[in-house]
Ligand binder design. Structure first.
Ligand code: SF4
Length: 246
């Protein structure tokens, strides 16, 4: 039986600074549980890009490092090549990973760097005030496309997981969601699988996580979860796009 409740030993006591209804606190809890269950609580290093996950180092009792906006995959490459036996997990938002850092993300995936990337897709640059991101839905209003994203001059939402799955090197590529307990547990199972691949020397994994952002979506928390389930998954379908078993 998967554990959902109870405090992980590596989850700190400090209160998060996330907005009410943001799923990120839950993500940290699940991540710490997964690391503990895999016996990684004394070895896992987590690395956060620039975004709402910035305060991760204050919350988890794990070694952490960060990198310049969008450049985390390059910094992580250097770290991992110096410490190949240290399991490494990256937390990145879609603005960081797919916007500013798309080149670093794709080239690290294409090299098959032996680390695990979690990209939180909440359709906008959340920390900086809700600007349009590559993932913003067609017609969605943000602070930089107030009439709604118009693909005629702003292009279409970018499906990063599917793009990475076309590359030869990545071992596991998936898109998961957090809108109910069933999907949270599926996320945890995929995360554990990705970390197992990494610690066995298997290579790069990319997990795109559909995440709600009630603050910048101007929705109540439950409404934002429902929006992910009912609307966001139509543009960003859930699934495992690449795995060692496939
Ligand atoms: S701005 Fe959005 S993603 Fe950032 S903490 Fe608030 S709800 Fe979460």
């Amino acid at each position: 039986m998967e554990k959902i409740y109870g405090r992980s030993q590596i989850l700190g006591e400090k209160q998060t600074s996330y907005c009410p209804g943001c799923p990120y606190g839950n993500v940290l809890k699940i991540t710490c549980d997964a690391a503990e269950e895999l016996g990684l609580k004394d070895s896992l290093v987590v690395s956060n890009g620039v975004g709402c996950f910035d305060n991760t180092p204050a919350i988890v009792k794990l070694p952490t490092f960060s990198g310049p906006h969008g450049r985390l995959a390059a910094v992580a490459t250097g770290f991992k090549r110096c410490q190949p036996d240290t399991p490494l997990l990256l937390f990145q938002g879609d603005g960081d990973c797919a916007g500013i850092g798309l080149m670093e993300t794709i080239t690290a995936a294409n090299r098959g760097e032996n680390f695990t990337v979690m990209m939180f897709n909440n359709l906008n640059f959340a920390m900086t005030g809700g600007q349009m991101a590559p993932t913003t839905l067609v017609g969605m209003k943000t602070s930089t496309c107030k009439q709604g994203r118009d693909p005629s001059d702003k292009g279409y939402p970018m499906r990063v997981a599917e793009m990475i799955a076309t590359l030869d090197a990545p071992k596991l590529v998936a898109r998961v969601a957090l809108y109910d307990p069933k999907h949270i547990l599926e996320f945890k199972a995929i995360l554990k699988k990705a970390l197992e691949i990494q610690i066995n020397g298997g290579g790069y994994s990319f997990i795109e996580i559909l995440s709600s952002c009630p603050t910048n979506w101007h929705m109540k928390p439950q409404q934002a979860y429902d929006h992910v389930r009912d609307t966001v998954t139509k543009t960003f379908p859930l699934g495992i796009f690449k795995s060692p078993e496939a």
